[in-house]
Design a binder for this molecule. Structure first.
Ligand code: HMG
Ligand code: MG
Length: 307
């Protein structure tokens, strides 16, 4: 009998993070707004249908995302593509709505210390802060995604109990977030820990409303994704060229590379509707703009430049 991957999802929805998570931590000179816009255009052209395009956070906290309005106003909208942005509070949401955002995201954490460092408040305060964001977004008919950071470890506290992740995920879900993205912010997780975390969260939030947002600091993201797909997770966050990191999680590398996720999924016969070659070219292009090599293993294996 042929081997079958029957426990894996048949289709994966990939949520592209490069314009936001990918560029929010970029050191040195600001990435020009036109480059961000061009990146978003290329990603949409490659067949990506969900793009986190900007972040309406305080520019004092994250100057790299200070041109969110210009980015959103500058992009040519591809039909069928959802353009999303981070909105930490009502001020961010109002700015995002005025800029014509399709969807927004609030972001909390399973670690108290990370919550303080990242958004300057406790977990409980953050959840209170998100309530009016959810109400206002619902009024505007805009869907809200919820992130939980530090689901497999915290840069300040170390191990995080799966139960703490489940509690925050449940609170965001109950508040009305349509999907909860579980962030291994510092990329320290391993497959069994990832499975245990999904099991705990799955008791509180249906697994088909969970997404995996794994950074690849320790090179475990692909293995962890395979593990959580076996548990039924069918939405994956990834950044072309493996760009990025979080300014409030020192040493953390970028998201798992979109190219590497697509290579894995193609090998498993799982559909995404995305053209790997076009994403590879986009990865070469954006890293040449940034003056570095792609963080994607597949891109490096192909020689670091277009065929
Ligand atoms: P705060 O300083 O406590 O805010 O920051 P505040 O309400 O006291 O306001 C202070 C000033 O900020 C005021 O201006 C506000 O107008 C302004 P002033 O009167 O001093 O001139 N302000 C804003 N300006 C523009 N847009 C806004 C906004 N809000 C306030 N939305 C705040 C609190 C949450 C705003 C701040 O901590 C912040 O912006 N943090 C964002 C940090 C961040 O972006 N981190 C990276 C993204 S999260 C991530 O990467 C993890 C993820 O990928 C998942 C994973 O990997 O785990 C999602
Ligand atoms: Mg992230």
């Amino acid at each position: 009998m042929p081997l079958r991957q029957s426990s894996l999802p048949q289709r994966i929805r990939l949520f592209e993070m490069a314009p936001r998570d990918g560029l929010q931590n970029e050191p040195g000179a600001m990435v020009p707004t036109e480059t961000k816009i061009e990146l978003i255009h290329r990603l949409a052209k490659a067949g990506i249908r969900h793009i986190e395009a900007a972040s309406f956070v305080s520019p004092k906290w994250v100057p790299q995302m200070g041109d969110a309005v210009e980015v959103m106003r500058g992009i040519r909208r591809e039909p069928g593509v959802v353009y999303s942005a981070l909105t930490p509070n009502l001020q961010g949401l109002e700015n995002a709505l005025a800029a014509g955002i399709d969807e927004v995201a609030v972001f909390g954490a399973a670690s108290e210390s990370f919550s303080q460092k990242n958004i300057n408040c406790s977990i409980a305060e953050s959840l209170k802060r998100f309530e009016p964001v959810l109400s206002r977004a619902q009024e505007a008919d805009v869907r809200v995604r919820g992130y939980v950071s530090c689901v497999l470890g915290c840069p300040y506290e170390g191990d995080i109990a799966p139960q703490s992740v489940a509690q925050v995920a449940r609170a965001l879900h109950d508040m009305g977030c349509y999907e909860i993205s579980l962030g291994d912010t510092i990329g320290v997780g391993t497959p069994l820990a990832a499975k245990r975390m999904i099991e705990a969260v799955g008791h509180e939030v249906p697994v088909d409303q969970l997404a995996a947002h794994f950074h690849d600091t320790y090179g475990m993201a692909i293995a962890n994704l395979y593990a959580v797909m076996e548990e039924g997770v069918s939405v994956i966050d990834a950044a072309t060229a493996g760009l990025g990191g979080c300014p409030y999680a020192k040493g953390a590398s970028g998201n798992v590379a979109t190219e590497d996720v697509l290579y894995l999924l193609e090998g498993l016969g799982i559909e995404t509707g995305i053209n790997l070659e076009a994403v590879l070219e986009t990865g070469y292009w954006i890293t040449s703009q940034l003056g570095r090599k792609p963080g994607s293993k597949v891109a490096l294996a192909r020689g670091g430049c277009p065929k």
